[in-house]
Design a protein around this ligand. Structure first.
Ligand code: IVH
Length: 691
């Protein structure tokens, strides 16, 4: 027994050390915090029982840091955003046109934009209260990040106190933490000499250095910081982006000296070109240039699409390329059954990242490029997207190179036939799909994985490995089963299976319980309906408000109800594709059964309306006629930001109609139904306080 305990303690320590390295040094965690905690808890219990097993270097003997040995989570007061990408001058032109249209600006009205290099590091939010650094947090998923305050205090570019008198009550400075290339190379040399981890690129090494358990280690690493944005501000010291940057600079935060204020598309493109030429000689990695509309009142009006501001664009540089050999081609079955051929490559470094898989997209793509197993190919990696195979170097084709035969059946045990999609126009699309739907185990597993993923139900401790196992054992066949697992554990006895223990099972069940209450938008997103991503799910949740009305509408939709269709069509961001997809999803008894089983197991919260108390929060509004002070898009975005649902047709459910000149039948109908009607000025007056 003693011997077993010693062996188990050693194993636990080795596993913890492995996960520490993945998490702290490589910034590539393989298990959830809960699973990690379970390992530590088990080790602690063992050591309590057998104190002679405690070693001075046991992870249980560490001092400082968070109790779990990881960073506590913090919620950002203002979410940390991402940026929409553009690649060509046309993309940039399109961006400016959209801004102009949205704001209803005359063709002659100049739009000023700031332009600055896009640094490839990690973003950080620094909260100053009365001018003193109170907290530093990583971006995380944009809503919730990690508290790295102790480490941030050890970064030389980051001040403990803001410079100057009369600092604002609250000021969150946001920017990028990065490492220069020269510092990165030097650090790697030291790491090699000391027999420690070598970092793949400056970004990884900056991330690894910031997320150290011991702030002393962070202090010893050459981290830099550049400010480019802000979060919560108790007051605004400037009314332009450029003015804000100058203010941050005066307050003692480094900003990028290469930034420029531009007045036209040509100036933006010239700047992009200049920076691209300088790229190789800069001592830090950049992957493009960021443009931001200069006027902050315009930024406010422009608002967001999902997580991307309408007022900014990342103009990326062309992707990085490399050549390597295709060792094999495998098929991946996606959540919706799409078969994606993936080239298994001899590992190659593409701009600092080792690539060993690249997508071949579909059957036609393989045929067009004539990619064969054994070929030497060019691969490309752009930003964080999946690397892809670009082409074949025919002169390097070996005699044994062998063409890939796209199968006629799914690689799953059912071997269901593979069919090509047909587009709305009746043409065959390039996508091959397993026709097995949820009968195909691959699709089911992908569905389950999507269901528990971070942006859906976010169940800690239910990763790919566990889902595969639970599915194979027949314990979980559909999402509802996850929530009955604990009840069925009398039979299953999970704790007796390899890889599980009392503690991890308890943690798993607790994690499942914690998600039994869920927001409507996450619930809808988690269903994994085709074309219903996060943004669409949010629109549906806001549009319908409650699960019951969403479910009822989908029932009507499946029954061919024209009014339900019209109501859906009127919702923000919903078009034909989504309507078709919802209709076919809810026409399938298999799917509706799954949804209804699940709904019985969980509590679905009504859609969240923005917290601001606005006079239109929770109301349904219809705009009709011509608007003169803003565009229809802007009016719609404004109403939604203030918590209203915007609809395209007037009904009994309409709370307010905003009618401009030339309003027609909708206005008549509103009057008939006795719905409140305002003109544009009255509407803006109503919102004066809350805008
Ligand atoms: S602005 C709208 N400016 O790029 C505010 N981001 O793709 C969003 N980044 O998470 C950020 N340089 O980590 C902004 N000059 C810059 C940037 C920059 C690098 C990063 C940042 C952000 C990501 C979005």
């Amino acid at each position: 027994m003693k011997h077993d305990a010693a062996a188990r303690a050693a194993e636990l320590r080795a596993r913890i050390a492995h996960h520490d390295r993945q998490y702290y040094e490589l910034d590539r965690p393989e298990i959830s915090d809960a699973d990690y905690d379970a390992l530590l808890t088990e080790l602690r219990a063992l050591e309590r029982e057998h104190p002679q097993l405690i070693t001075p270097d046991s992870p249980t003997q560490r001092v400082g840091g968070a109790p779990s040995g990881r960073f506590p989570k913090v919620r950002h007061a203002v979410p940390m955003l991402s940026l929409a990408n553009g690649f060509t001058p046309e993309d940039v032109g399109g961006f400016i046109d959209r801004v102009r249209r949205f704001l209803k600006l005359d063709a002659g009205e100049p739009i000023e934009l700031t332009a600055e290099p896009k640094i490839d590091g990690l973003s950080l939010s620094l909260r100053y209260e009365r001018g003193v650094l109170a907290r530093g947090a990583t971006r995380g998923d944009g809503t919730e990040g990690e508290d790295v305050t102790a480490n941030v205090r050890r970064v030389a570019d980051i001040r403990e106190r803001m410079r100057g008198h009369g600092p604002p009550e609250v000021c969150e400075v946001r920017g990028e933490v990065y490492m220069t290339r020269s510092a990165f190379l030097e650090l790697n040399e030291e790491q090699v000499a000391a027999g420690r981890t070598v970092f793949a690129n400056p970004r990884n090494s900056a991330a690894g250095s910031l997320r150290q358990l011991d702030p002393e280690v962070t202090a010893s690493r050459p981290l830099r910081f550049l400010a480019y944005a802000w979060g919560e501000m108790s007051e605004m010291p400037a009314d332009t982006q450029w003015g804000m940057m100058q203010w941050l600079e005066r307050r003692g935060f480094p900003t990028n000296p290469l930034s420029r204020l531009c007045r036209s598309l040509d100036e933006l493109l010239a700047f992009h070109h200049e920076i691209e030429l300088q790229r190789a000689t800069l001592d830090y990695d950049i992957d493009g240039v960021v443009y931001k509309v200069n006027r902050l009142d315009w930024q406010r009006r422009l608002g967001f699409v999902g997580r991307d501001p309408r007022w900014a664009l990342a103009h990326k540089f062309p992707a990085q390329k490399a050549t390597t050999v295709v060792n094999a081609i495998e098929l991946q079955v996606g959540r919706t059954g799409a078969l994606t051929p993936v080239a298994k490559l001899a590992p190659v470094n593409v701009g600092g990242v080792v690539v060993s898989n690249a997508t071949l997209h579909n059957e036609d793509y393989i045929r067009e490029l004539d990619v064969r197993i054994g070929d030497t190919v060019t691969v490309q990696r752009a930003g964080d997207v999946i690397p892809q195979v670009l082409g074949v170097l025919l002169e390097r084709r070996p005699p044994h190179a062998r063409p890939f035969k796209f199968p006629k059946t799914c690689p799953c045990p059912l071997a269901t036939p593979v069919v090509r999609d047909v587009t709305a126009a009746g043409k065959e699309s390039a996508v091959s799909r397993c026709s097995g739907e949820l009968a195909c185990p691959h699709q089911r597993i992908e569905h389950l994985r999507h269901f528990v993923s971070r942006r859906a139900f976010d169940i800690e401790g239910l990763g790919e490995k566990q889902i595969n196992l639970f599915y194979e054992q027949g314990w979980i066949k559909e999402p509802a089963d996850i929530f009955t697992l604990a009840r069925r554990n009398e039979e299953i006895r999970l704790e007796q299976h390899e890889g599980f223990g009392e503690v991890s099972v308890r943690n798993l069940f607790a994690a499942v319980e914690a998600r039994r209450t869920i927001s409507l938008e996450r619930f809808i997103f988690a269903l994994g309906i085709r074309h219903v991503g996060e943004t669409t799910a949010r629109s549906l949740a806001r549009g319908y408000g409650t699960y019951e009305s969403f479910r009822e509408a989908c029932r009507q939709l499946a029954g061919g109800d024209a009014e339900a269709r019209q109501e859906l069509d009127a919702m923000d961001q919903i078009g034909e594709t989504v309507i078709e997809s919802l209709t076919s999803y809810f026409s399938e008894p298999h799917n509706t059964g799954m949804v209804d089983h699940l709904a019985r197991e969980v509590r679905i919260l009504a859609a969240e309306r923005p917290a601001t108390a606005s006079p239109i929060a929770g109301k349904t509004i219809v705009f009709t006629g011509r608007l003169e002070q803003m565009t229809r898009d802007e009016a719609k975005a404004l109403a939604e930001r203030l918590g209203a649902a915007v609809s395209g047709s007037v009904s009994k459910k309409t709370d307010l109609v905003v009618a401009g000149p030339e309003a027609g039948s909708k206005l008549t109908k509103a009057n008939d139904l006795g719905v409140k009607v305002l003109d544009e000025s009255q509407f803006l007056e109503l919102l004066k306080e809350s805008r």
